[in-house]
Design a protein around this ligand. Structure first.
Ligand code: GLN
Length: 509
């Protein structure tokens, strides 16, 4: 089916990976370039060109936005699988994201809130179409699976973080130091470059991969499924348009903190309902049920991990801006540059992790995925322990101290070690454990854990506030203890999970 599998022209990988690598690199450049600017822009005073929003509100909006970006992966994956195919989903997604950035950029220029929020909605819809499907095509490049697919995902993860690294540096500098719309504009230019790469390179490098949606063998059933799918999309878009019109005209006032609070239930409810559906009505064999059980456990721990980790654009971003000494010589390092520290460490450490897993594997000591997850949670917990110390230093000074930047850098280092033990491992575990017919949707489930994390990270972001100093150490200590306790529970659960998987055919998860 795929002649690309023997192709080794991109660092030993099929050349199709280079197309996906650079498209996703620019998509993440735009996503991560915009995200930390959002909270700074919305909380900046009106006279500084911002919206003058209160922190809790701005942070909740970022949480809802990022949660929706990842939540949209579920319908995005489904639409690609059933209706338009992966390739067109990626293409339409990239177009929508580019339009979204243009709209956001114009809003800061015009000082109008409507194109700003409309732009965010377009980015949500576009990313839902692009992100899960570009990840799924990576898996498709390696029909033989195995270690080469894992390695392909590692290379792809580097692309993600190269984009994130430069996105945050460039848009942060332009947005904070030159003007908001320059930062937003740079993010948009990045996505347009990604779109151009995909349009020009995909036909030459991806062959027929992802051109067609999955077909039901019976053409009548297939046509009916397509029709129902299109109707569902039309209803969804209609409801969305209604909400946009009602809120843009001021007929309905949306309360971000209230929505964020209820959205947690919606996300958790969606996950529980989806897993119940799979177990009860998914027609799974006993073996597949065991694997989905493991996916459920990994999902829960991933959601806990991302809830801490995704405080980077909210509470840790505000901590960088308000309480961190950012002067180097006479230059004030923009707060958003701290967002790049994580990506920098990923680029540096990803090869170390790859070598470590391979050498442990050769000696038959490659840890199981729950053990790797436990390590991930533990190291992220250490990262937040450092933030407790830093926060206490700020509180002791009555909020006047600007603490050493090394607290944040150290914290990001440990969080990144945690991320590398959990995130790429999670992606490849999904492709290995997923029952065949649910492969795409399982990638959506994986990103649902990120949706939960982004939402919680957004909801707690307002706790970093010079007016309410005492909340800060409490937030960081709750975060660390949750991570450390979760690490212990995950490590304990790894024993029965391993036993269960040994009995199943998926022993090498
Ligand atoms: N940094 C990774 C990415 O952007 C993972 C993010 C996540 O899943 N929360 O793809």
């Amino acid at each position: 089916m795929n002649s690309a599998s023997s192709d080794r022209s991109f660092f030993g990988h099929p050349r199709g990976l280079s197309t996906l690598f650079f498209t996703e690199m620019w998509e993440r450049f735009s996503f991560y370039g915009l995200r930390p600017l959002l909270v700074l822009f919305m909380t900046a005073a009106l006279m500084d060109g911002g919206f003058g929003f209160e922190r809790g509100q701005a942070s909740a909006i970022v949480g809802i936005y990022a949660a929706c970006v990842y939540l949209a992966s579920l319908p995005g994956g489904w639409i690609a699988d059933r209706i338009i195919g992966l390739r067109r989903a990626i293409l339409y997604g990239a177009v929508l994201i580019s339009l979204g950035h243009i709209s956001v950029g114009f809003s800061s220029f015009l000082g109008n809130k409507v194109p700003f929020f409309l732009g965010l909605v377009l980015i949500v819809l576009g990313t839902g179409l692009l992100k899960p499907n570009i990840s799924a095509i990576v898996g498709d490049l390696y029909p033989e699976g195995g270690a080469r697919r894992d390695a392909g995902f590692s290379v792809f993860y580097m692309g993600i973080n190269i984009g994130a690294f430069f996105g945050q540096l460039v848009t942060g500098l332009l947005g904070e130091s030159v003007g908001w719309h320059f930062g937003f504009g740079a993010a948009g230019v990045g996505m347009l470059l990604g779109l151009t790469i995909f349009i020009t390179r995909a036909p030459k490098t991806l062959g027929t991969l992802g051109l067609e949606p999955a077909r039901h063998p019976d053409p009548v059933v297939h046509a009916r499924q397509q029709q129902r799918g299109k109707l569902g999309i039309a209803i969804g878009l209609g409801l969305l348009a209604l909400v946009i019109i009602l809120s843009a005209t001021g007929m309905v006032t949306l309360n971000p903190q209230g929505i964020a609070a209820n959205m947690t239930y919606i996300l958790v409810g969606t996950a529980v309902a989806y897993f119940l559906y799979l177990f009860l009505l998914g027609g799974l064999t006993t073996d597949e049920k065991k694997r989905v059980g493991v996916i459920f456990v990994l999902f829960v721990f991933a959601a806990i991990f991302w809830s801490a980790f995704e405080q980077a654009p909210t509470s840790l971003n505000l901590f960088a801006r308000d309480f961190t000494d950012r002067m180097v010589g006479g230059f004030e390092v923009p707060a958003t540059w701290f967002q790049s520290v994580n990506s920098f460490f990923v680029i540096l450490l990803a090869p170390v992790f790859a070598i470590m897993w391979i050498s442990l594997g050769k000696r038959g000591k490659d840890p199981s995925s729950p053990i790797k997850f436990a390590f991930g949670l533990f190291f992220a917990g250490l990262g937040f322990l450092m933030m407790i110390v830093a926060a206490n230093e700020v509180v002791a000074s009555g909020g006047t101290a600007r603490v050493s930047p090394w607290w944040l850098v150290g914290s990001y280092f440990f969080q990144t070690v945690g991320e590398l033990a959990l995130s790429p491992v999670g992606l490849s575990s999904m492709t290995k454990l997923a029952p065949r017919k649910f492969a795409g949707q399982m990638m959506g489930v994986w990103f649902l854990a990120s949706a939960v994390g982004n939402l919680i990270g957004g909801r707690v972001g307002g706790h970093v506030d010079p007016e309410k100093l005492e909340q800060m150490p409490i937030l960081f200590s709750r975060t660390s203890w949750s991570l450390l306790i979760a690490a212990a529970v995950c490590a304990l659960l790894s024993v029965p999970i391993k036993r269960m998987m040994r009995e199943s055919s998926a022993a090498k998860h």
